[in-house]
Design a binder for this molecule. Structure first.
Ligand SMILES: NC(=O)c1ccc[n+]([C@@H]2O[C@H](COP(=O)([O-])OP(=O)(O)OC[C@H]3O[C@@H](n4cnc5c(N)ncnc54)[C@H](OP(=O)(O)O)[C@@H]3O)[C@@H](O)[C@H]2O)c1
Length: 305
């Protein structure tokens, strides 16, 4: 038996429970990992609240977590290229919040020795999203990119990747994160009322492209600042269609397989910063979700089972 987080109903963080479950067995083409770190994403808290359930109650208990880093401890039939003892990170195939998790070998990657477990465990969802949206926006050297929620996990990665490409990045953040965002090589702007004017104060001609990682009503200003919706992409706003803006929901539109190895290599080389804001044991998963939902984090929340 292994410890894992389960929910039996949708609701507030108190629905999260740590229970003993039978060890998951890797079927054909899957590996099992002894989990060293599992990132907490806003998607996990949205799922827990039932935002994607279509109003239906949960039919049976389920686990949570999409991001994982761990050590391969069992191989399913037909797996080659990975061996027991390999240290990998990326996407879990099934719930990651637990002592053991399954993974598709095509969606996990070797963890460079220089990348700590807790950093590797939080890279999956945010790393792929940042890479994907920059590819869709086709941000180039010399262009100006506006990133909403630059202090969030996606914003931190996307901002630095764009700066590394030679773009100028303007990033929105709360007052407490202005200096942090500046440290990423980004021009910080405080979000909220008057945002458009504050962006124009640092970019009088507007911006070339916008990555909205906030989803809190920024699309009108974003379209105005970019001179149209063509190069505005949101990963978080529900009103994208009203503004003619693309909502990028999943990897389907871009091959993101290079994303995580590239990001991990940059982190190992000290050229990209991905701060872990707080870590929690499995027993404190409710606190981890409360912290994520409180919303003013500076980097990643990670579970260390
Ligand atoms: N579609 C996809 O593929 C995809 C993938 C990943 C994430 N997402 C979504 O994208 C969003 C961001 O995810 P994440 O993992 O980066 O989140 P996160 O790490 O939880 O960060 C959220 C950030 O939002 C900032 N924030 C709070 N209020 C804000 C405001 N009014 N304007 C701008 N920033 C504000 C906070 O920083 P301050 O302290 O500066 O306020 C915080 O750092 C979530 O809604 C998530 O579900 C979508």
């Amino acid at each position: 038996m292994a410890q894992a987080v389960r929910i039996s109903q949708y609701g507030d963080p108190d629905v999260l429970e740590v229970v003993d479950v039978p060890d998951p067995q890797p079927g054909p083409g899957r590996v099992r990992l002894r989990v060293r770190a599992a990132g907490v994403n806003p998607a996990d808290t949205k799922l827990r609240r039932g935002l994607w359930s279509g109003g239906k109650p949960l039919a049976e208990p389920r686990g949570l977590g999409f991001d994982v880093a761990g050590v391969v401890d069992a191989l399913g039939e037909g797996v080659d290229g990975l061996a027991i003892g390999d240290e990998v990170f990326g996407a879990s195939a099934g719930p990651a919040y637990g002592e053991l998790a399954l993974a598709d070998p095509a969606k996990v990657f070797r963890k460079p020795a220089g990348v700590p477990w807790e950093v590797a465990g939080g890279l999956g969802v945010a790393g792929r999203a940042a890479y994907r949206v920059l590819a869709l926006l086709d941000v180039r050297a010399g262009e100006t990119l506006l990133v909403h929620a630059a202090a969030g996990s996606v914003g931190i990665l996307a901002s630095q990747l764009a700066v590394a490409r030679g773009a100028r990045v303007i990033g929105t953040a709360g007052p407490g994160n202005q200096e942090f965002v500046r440290g990423l090589g980004v021009t910080p702007v405080v979000y909220g009322e008057g945002l458009r004017e504050r962006v124009l104060a640092v970019a009088p001609d507007g911006v070339d492209a916008v990555l909205d990682g906030s989803g809190r009503g920024e699309l009108g200003d974003s379209v105005a600042l970019a001179g149209g919706p063509e190069r505005v992409i949101t990963i978080a706003a529900n009103d994208a269609a009203e503004h003619g803006v693309t909502f990028s929901a999943s990897d389907g539109d871009v091959d993101t397989s290079p994303a995580l190895p590239e990001i991990a290599r940059l982190i190992a080389d000290g050229r990209l910063h991905f701060p872990v804001w707080r870590t929690y044991g499995l027993a404190d998963v409710r606190e981890a979700h409360r912290a994520s939902e409180a919303g003013h984090l500076t980097g990643k929340i990670v579970l260390l089972p």
